[in-house]
Design a protein around this ligand. Sequence first.
Ligand code: BGC
Length: 746
Amino acid sequence: MFYKTKAFLFGTTIATLLPFTANAQTTPRPAPRLDREALSAMAIPAGSTETPDARATRLVAMMTLDEKISLLHGHFPRSMRALPADVSPSGGYFPGVPRLGIPALRETDASLGVAEAGASGNDATALPSGASLAATWSPDIARSGGIMVAKQTRQRGYNILLAGGVNLTRDIYNGRNFEYLGEDPLLAGRLAGASIAGIQSQHIASTVKHLVLNAQETGRHVVDARIGDAALRESDLLAFEFAIEDGSPTSIMCAYNKVNGRYACENPNLLTGVLRTDWGYKGWVMSDWGAVHSVTAANAGLDQESGEELDKEVFFGAPLKAAVLAGVVRQARIDEMVHRLLRSLFVVGAIDPQHSLGSLDVDGDNSVALAAAEAGIVVLKNENNILPLAANAGRVAVIGGHADIGVLSGGGSSQVIPYGSVRLAVPLGYPGSVKGPVYHPSAPLDAIKRRAKGEVRFDAGTDIASAVAAAKQADIAIIFVEQWALESVDVSPRLSSEQEALIAAVADANPKTVVVMETGGAVLTPWRGKVAGLIEAWYPGGQGGEAIARVLFGEVNPSGRLPVTFPEGLDQLPRSRPAGLDLNPVQPRKFWESKPFGVDYNEGSSVGYRWFVEKGYRPAYPFGFGLSYTTFTYSDLAVVSSKPLKLALTVRNTGPRSGEATPQIYLQQGPQRKQQRLLGWAKASLQPGESKRVEITVDPRLLANWDVQSHQWRIAPGAYLINAGADANDKRLAVRAKVASATMRP
Ligand code: BGC
């Protein structure tokens, strides 16, 4: 039922609101006390230049089998029967090896802020959603968000952040699209990498997750994601490859689902073939929580069992020890698993005690969240320049979307709940384990009131007649609409019928109607022709209301660009509803009891906009699209060099305001076939009248195809038709680049 429209968001009364206030749970944990022996074991000997590898080797040699095994399976503190006094009910906990001074490993989610497994109210700063970050197209913003979250992670005594969600948006209904970074491997991978690099610069270890094809939530523990090898290399795996190259994450979290018939967490092709043999990855592989199915997963390449309370058995506990003693898993493999873990933690300094914590900078952290939210907001429609609003534009009606309370956020393990957040009641029809939607305390209504000189009236939008009356009495109507998305459930890509009816009625009543969407990802917008202005604000985080108002009133010139295609209708998509939904309408508590099924990703590597081009479909809004309050021209596209392929173009601000352009270049046609791919982009901040020549270097893998036979990337020689412009459908500039034949080992 939760897959259907979200009518429940209406009709919730203020009496059901539960504001979160300060509690004691979030006090930083004291670091474990180290005794002398421990210090001497963990420390780098004075004057030595011991490498992380050598240090890990030394420690592994000192450890007993039991001590090694203790690092290879860990708890989900929230589900522990008896929570140790110094452990927060967060994502993960391993007690460490006190005898050798190896401290506890303390893990928390995630990229969007310190989630502490949804601790009810803490002083964590909530970043905007991943989809919003992807809409910034800015590795700099990703990096600064990573630094901010990592500092707060350290403040709370954790050393590992379960960040780095980079699964491609293959399906519009995936309930976790809001956590991820859109539909393109280059964009997603580069941003994930920048965020991870930011996190690890603060001596916090980070994951990248979930390897791979965890592309829908329905039946996520059992679904078999089926795809060809070449297609996988050129799409979802490529996103991980970029993220790993740019971010060097200490660990990779393998996914719940199967990939081509084998569980991702015991899939030797992925965990050993791709990761180790091809990519030379040196970190450790941790399982997702409840994703381990056997002891022999260790032989396939899994290094660590996370959240053991959620598995059928603690496979990497006593059964792993027994398997070692029986010779089923080699002792050398255990040493390798522990070595990878310790070495990686030493590389980033995650378990060394010397790094001082410093004090929290609440204002600074809020400004990181505000800048990210502003840069992620995408203006999709601006008829007759209805935006930006003038402060003296007259009376404003603000309607719906709980705009009086705050801004919506996505649910599940990444859920950050800062003080002052409000959680609504669990919507009808949702499984018992689900908690209601959380609103971050940054009400757009208040932010609008602070700016508008005329009267600002709020209408909850629950009664259409009342909303219409409010819109009629106003000069401008701003409707807030929402789509709540959360982990473990897939969502409807359509707004609720009540919200669609509200938009139609208000737009009929007032031609100056602007819609602001707070959605997890792309949604259908069949009503957009009726409204004058349309803004995608995603889940804009702890400063979201302020960011939305700043864009509405032109204090910020919008620069966000879509990281996903907005389709015209479901018939344009490779799949219109989640596979397995009828078999598994609700995720069972015992995950392994879900009914198995498969999804064939027949679109292969033609994800998102590439699919639209191949099929000749015209989307509602293309990938890369976004309006500005100024105008830009793009000219003089030229090939600067062919090896590496480098292109240049000129961008000019031809409008009245300073603004930021995001010129994008796309492959349209290779020598052998039509094949659209984002090859690169630039960000150019321009004053009115200013122009800049930007250069974009193309990663050769984006010109290549994966050759399954010879197990390498292969570039076909010939002329490559390349377009440049403002989005994936913009073909105003074209150039042909001659590229030589080449092969590249992974
Ligand atoms: C999610 C992971 C998360 C983990 C720990 C799992 O259910 O899939 O993304 O890191 O829980 O909270």
